[in-house]
Design a binder for this molecule. Sequence first.
Ligand code: SAM
Length: 284
Amino acid sequence: MEEPNRPLQFEVVTTRMGALSIRDNISQEIMHNPVGPWVEANSLYIEQSHLRRRLSELKSSELVIFDVGLGAAANALAALHCARALESRRPLRLVSFERDLGLLQFALDNAHHFPHFKGFGSAVRSILQTGQWIEDGIAWELRHGDFVSLIDREVTRADVIFYDPYSFKKNQEMWLPSVFAKVREKCSPTGMLFTYSRATPIRVGMLLSGFFVGTGVATGSKDETTQASVRLEDLENPLGQAWLNKWQRSHSPNAPGAGDEDLAATQAFVLSHSQFSSLDWRHF
Ligand SMILES: C[S@@+](CC[C@H](N)C(=O)[O-])C[C@H]1O[C@@H](n2cnc3c(N)ncnc32)[C@H](O)[C@@H]1O
């Protein structure tokens, strides 16, 4: 019997800003749209997390990054390029979570389109074949499977988290407060999470999960992204009075997955969150 003509799951596309990226024809999302993988990986995850500075600290303890949604490895490879470029640095452990390695295999097969693969072809092949790669104080490890269950079993503690699943519309389970609570539990005492979303419900969910939450850098067509941290003092721009006012007027003030019956408790929790109780003395 003839195979029906099914469209390929992934294809290399040019974004409207002229960058080459990959489109997933099932989720119908283009990775790192519209600035392209290399620009977004660096601005949103590497520069914003001050990775270079963190890696340059004179410490013998390793810096741990959780790379959630390894995908086509732009974020992971940006971290590896950053580490390799430093002459002396503390050890790095990069822990990548991914349930479907098809996208990484596709990116590797099309690596001629993506210069950031240069010098890391064997590292990516090793991740695909053995789930790990080690070089000169850098350990890259794959956690293959569903992040929502893998995170429960994770034994390392993250200093930096690149949180890059598909959008809430396509990948709801990854944006639930219950998942952020698990992530929060696996943070080091100074852990910080970076993500492209700036959606109000997602920020509410992060607050409910025990994070402090702030605005992150603009990238591409996004005028703002999000940082979440274990300690308030690590945020560059904590959400303050302006966000609270907007949230109180919002049509979706609840966290993802919550119902109308949860709203009163959510409002009480957010309004008494220590991030906002300090507003008076901070003169927002
Ligand atoms: C936007 S892509 C990630 C792009 C990637 N960070 C990069 O730099 O190329 C989202 C990825 O998250 C993965 N993902 C989504 N939900 C997941 C889950 N529950 N567990 C593990 N991986 C998941 C998808 O398979 C997909 O590869």
